[in-house]
Design a protein around this ligand. Structure first.
Ligand code: ZN
Length: 137
């Protein structure tokens, strides 16, 4: 369910973005997710499902996974703990509640098709009224 709600908000955001750019199609959505978010691979499938029938249909979801790092107050340095539930400095063993990376859930970028007109043939048969008709008067 977690994955489905993330996918839904991603598609909504990307479609909003597409609407603001003359209805161009979304080709790629890039996000950054920290390991502490525990987002499963099923996010890819959820995204494809939610995207169907929207400006995001067929868009590629690119996920950058961000590992866990913490700041050790004793070493005064950023360290990578040995496990996701082990918030201790791997070198000196001091508890390190200060998470530096690993909690991210960020939308990095949304790529749009170069031009709405270029993929119009894919949206309708030849001779159909253009979807984004402009006044010619
Ligand atoms: Zn340390």
């Amino acid at each position: 369910m977690h994955e489905l709600s993330i996918a839904t908000s991603l598609v909504e955001l990307a479609c909003d973005h597409a609407r603001q750019h003359e209805g161009r199609r979304v080709t790629k959505v890039m996000i950054r997710i920290g390991v502490l978010q525990h987002v499963a691979r099923s996010l890819y499938f959820c995204f494809d499902n939610v995207a169907r029938g929207t400006a995001c249909e067929g868009a590629v979801l690119e996920i950058e996974e961000v590992g866990l790092t913490v700041e050790c107050p004793a070493c005064r340095a950023v360290k990578a703990p040995s496990g996701l539930y082990n918030f201790r400095c791997p070198d000196c063993g001091v508890p390190t509640p200060q998470v530096v990376t690993g909690r991210e859930l960020q939308l990095v970028s949304i790529a749009l098709a170069p031009d709405a007109a270029s993929d119009r043939p894919a949206l309708g048969r030849a001779g159909d009224e253009p979807i984004y008709a402009r006044s010619t008067s």
